[in-house]
Write a protein that binds this ligand. Structure first.
Ligand code: A3P
Length: 301
């Protein structure tokens, strides 16, 4: 595979190119294995995203929707566990994915893989997929801070301009970003019954409508009685950034030896990019958005 040592991360991270996307060696090995042996079932549901687009939030919402009859507000396991523990990543935690398939006839599985690199059994089984996406400028800023913190580099040692430049040229985990979103977008136009596109900013602006849409799509619609009883609102509250980011487990726990749980909960502010982008960066990225995505009408301002 071609490889790239990320200069802004001071060479602490090396990405390899496999099947037109960039990732870490350890992940690529697991991807190859999943592509060869993962057996999806038509009832399995996939939560797909480009990193830093709202994956943690989507996982929490899906978990809360699916388990709403089992737990009340004070006993929900989301209060004591990182959302990632409930819905594993196909290419990061394959053993947990298989275990969740064994435990249930309908597993919920997350993935950052580009559409074209998904194991063929997912496509052959017509599994439903939810794709969450976010303003790409905020994705870049979120990705910058996440990676910098994983490798324990202070901002002065990790120049944002270099991080921007790499992302712009398509070199970022699971990037190029443009190919990632386009792969799922094209398929969602062909088969809207299979792929639901959810925008992070819309989930924030109109949570009730979007959580209802999400629940219906994954096969757990709310009853009229539940709606009247305020079940949707309590799920939104449980999964809110304010709630999750203030939980002890998410402030102090560890997802693994490299990643602290708090790194999944930074600011969750829309348009934080305005604090980082120069006029030149804005022009460059807007032109690229138009060139790569404009023609198909995908608005990613
Ligand atoms: P910021 O870095 O802009 O704060 P992912 O889960 O895909 O890794 O995305 C992480 C981003 O989602 C971070 O954005 C994080 O703060 C934000 N986030 C995490 N939990 C959230 C929640 N419950 N509601 C809204 N945003 C959330």
């Amino acid at each position: 595979c071609p490889q790239h040592s990320c200069s802004w991360l001071k060479g602490k991270s090396t990405l390899f190119k496999y099947q037109d996307f960039w990732s870490h060696e350890v992940i690529i090995k697991k991807v190859v294995s999943a592509q060869q042996s993962f057996k999806a079932r038509p009832t399995d549901v996939f939560l797909c995203s480009y990193p830093k687009s709202g994956t943690t939030w989507l996982k929490a919402l899906v978990f809360a929707i699916v388990t709403r009859e089992k737990f009340d507000e004070s006993s929900n396991p989301l209060l004591t566990n990182l959302p990632h523990n409930f819905i594993p990543f196909l290419e990061i935690q394959p053993e947990q994915v298989v275990a969740s398939q064994e435990n249930s006839s309908f597993a919920h599985v997350a993935t950052h893989l580009p559409y074209n690199s998904l194991p063929k059994s997912i496509l052959a089984s017509n599994c439903k997929m939810v794709y969450v996406y976010r303003n790409v400028k905020d994705v870049i800023v979120s990705y910058y801070h996440f990676m910098r913190e994983v490798f324990k580099l202070p901002m002065e040692d990790a120049p944002f301009e270099e991080a921007f430049d790499e992302f712009y040229h398509g070199i970022s985990g699971y990037g190029p970003y443009w190919d990632h979103i386009l792969g799922y977008w094209k398929e969602s136009k062909e088969r809207p019954e299979i792929i639901l596109f959810l925008k992070y900013e819309d989930l924030k602006k109109e949570p009730t409508i979007n959580v209802k849409k999400l629940a219906e799509f994954i096969g757990y619609p709310f009853t009229i009685e539940e709606e009247k009883a305020g079940v949707i609102e309590s799920i939104i509250k449980l999964c809110s950034f304010e709630n999750l980011s203030n939980l002890e487990v998410n402030k102090n726990g560890y997802a693994n030896e490299m990643i602290e749980n708090r790194l999944f909960f930074r600011k969750a502010k829309d348009e934080d990019w305005k604090n980082y982008f120069t006029d030149e960066m804005i022009e460059k990225i807007d032109n690229l958005i138009y060139e790569k995505l404009g023609a198909i009408g995908l608005v990613l301002k």
